[in-house]
Design a protein around this ligand. Structure first.
Ligand SMILES: NC(=O)c1ccc[n+]([C@@H]2O[C@H](COP(=O)([O-])OP(=O)(O)OC[C@H]3O[C@@H](n4cnc5c(N)ncnc54)[C@H](OP(=O)(O)O)[C@@H]3O)[C@@H](O)[C@H]2O)c1
Length: 383
């Protein structure tokens, strides 16, 4: 279990010096953090800081969204007062739901909750008090490329403009002994988290290009990274038959498959930035939202892990972030007029201030990003 907990931490990202207190960003194991570090900070003080951090995150997001919509990106200084439209994948729980709520509450965004379970998404929206007129649910199963294509068509038929796309949904299968597969036969974690989002983002790029909103953004939620090797498994179709189910061609490892998919997410964001930022003015960005130890992401983990992981993150590593605070962070990346820089991997320091984090060597390998793009577009039928 200790190793599994460590596997959720982002061991290969570089740490900004202000982020030192966020143990979630450290290379550590469940019991590997020195005790002097654990208890050097009185608990009540940490909680106080956390409270302030939560408030800061939300206020920033709200401030950003209530700022008059003046065009900072377009040279003409064009103004618009219409509501922005944002698509958030996986908005039926956890980070996606908290982000949907934070954006909807500003009154300046209409949120399209792109979810595989319509009823669950509707109930989730109601349970957190998102008002009827500020969201719609549209069906999207990222584990089916056909569903992704249908979603893009349905969205287009809705007649809404697209101002921001948030690729947030993910599956994490750390205890799986054998791979499972998407409708088209790709290993499920990479197939859902990377290939489904890759196709979605490519299909909706033109819609984003056409947006006249002051700032238009494509955000892909990042996290821990792993080594993808030479992509031989992916190039072979990731189907466990002619090729391995793992990107690097190795034996199946559910926790690594998730980390692999997250490297793909971050490489994809950068490749989008290199190919399209200058031409389109779209901001492409990724983020590490913090350790949101309570979300459904860990639903496949063993019960003991699910019991111990949140307190471990809260009191030992102190890397814990509530769903509300993490949602405020992602909402900030979507809507804060000051976060228009493209190609950035955002993180937050202990005072909940955003900063540009360094990507790991693997996640910043431009040649790998190019190759991943080319292999992925073949797999999803775009090339
Ligand atoms: N939790 C953390 O500590 C943490 C840390 C770093 C990064 N992240 C990232 O944060 C993002 C959100 O994760 P979370 O922690 O909020 O987990 P979560 O609560 O489990 O949310 C994941 C969402 O993805 C959806 N989803 C899964 N498979 C899908 C599919 N085939 N098609 C469409 N939607 C699908 C789920 O839908 P259902 O509701 O239908 O299951 C759910 O809404 C992920 O990208 C994750 O990598 C999380």
């Amino acid at each position: 279990m200790a190793l599994q907990a460590a596997s959720l931490l982002p061991p290969t990202i570089s740490i900004h010096k202000e982020a030192k207190s966020n143990a979630c960003l450290k290379e550590t194991t469940l019991f590997g953090v020195p005790f002097s570090t654990h208890f050097s900070f009185p608990l009540h003080l940490t909680q106080e800081l956390r409270k302030k951090g939560v408030a800061a995150g939300i206020v920033r997001a709200q401030t950003a969204a209530t700022t008059p919509a003046v065009d900072r990106a377009a040279p003409q200084g064009k103004k618009t007062l219409r509501k922005g439209t944002v698509i958030i994948t996986g908005a039926s729980s956890g980070l996606g739901l908290a982000t949907a709520k934070a954006l909807a509450e500003t009154g300046e965004w209409h949120v399209i909750m792109a979810c595989r379970n319509f009823l669950k998404a509707e109930k989730a929206a109601k349970s957190v008090g998102i008002t009827k007129e500020s969201y719609s649910v549209m069906h999207l199963d990222l584990a089916s490329l056909e569903s992704v294509r249908q979603f893009a068509d349905t969205f287009r038929r809705s007649g809404r403009p697209l101002d921001a796309l948030v690729c947030n949904a993910a599956v994490y299968l750390p205890t799986a002994k054998e791979p499972t597969y998407t409708a088209e036969g790709f290993e499920l974690s990479v197939g859902t988290n990377h290939l489904g989002h890759f196709l979605l983002a490519r299909l909706l790029l033109d819609d984003l290009k056409q947006s006249d909103y002051p700032y238009k953004r494509l955000i892909i939620v990042g996290s821990i990274t792993a080594n993808l090797g030479d992509l031989r498994g992916l190039a072979g179709g990731l189907n466990g038959i002619q090729s391995s189910a793992m990107i690097d061609g190795g034996d199946f490892d559910g926790a690594k498959a998730y980390k692999d998919s997250k490297v793909c997410n971050m490489l994809t964001m950068q490749e989008f930035h290199r190919r399209y930022n200058e031409e389109t003015g779209i901001t492409f960005a990724s983020l590490y939202p913090g350790c949101i130890a309570t979300t459904g992401l860990f639903r496949e983990h063993i019960p003991l892990f699910r019991l111990l992981f949140p307190p471990f993150q809260k009191y030992i590593t102190k890397g814990y972030v509530s769903e509300e605070e993490a949602g405020g962070r992602l909402a900030q990346v979507v809507s804060d007029p000051s976060l228009t820089k493209s190609g950035v991997y955002w993180s937050w320091n202990k005072n909940s201030e955003s900063f540009e984090n360094q990507l790991s060597k693997e996640a910043s390998d431009a040649e790998k990003a190019r190759k991943l793009w080319e292999v992925s577009e073949k797999l999803v039928g775009l090339a």
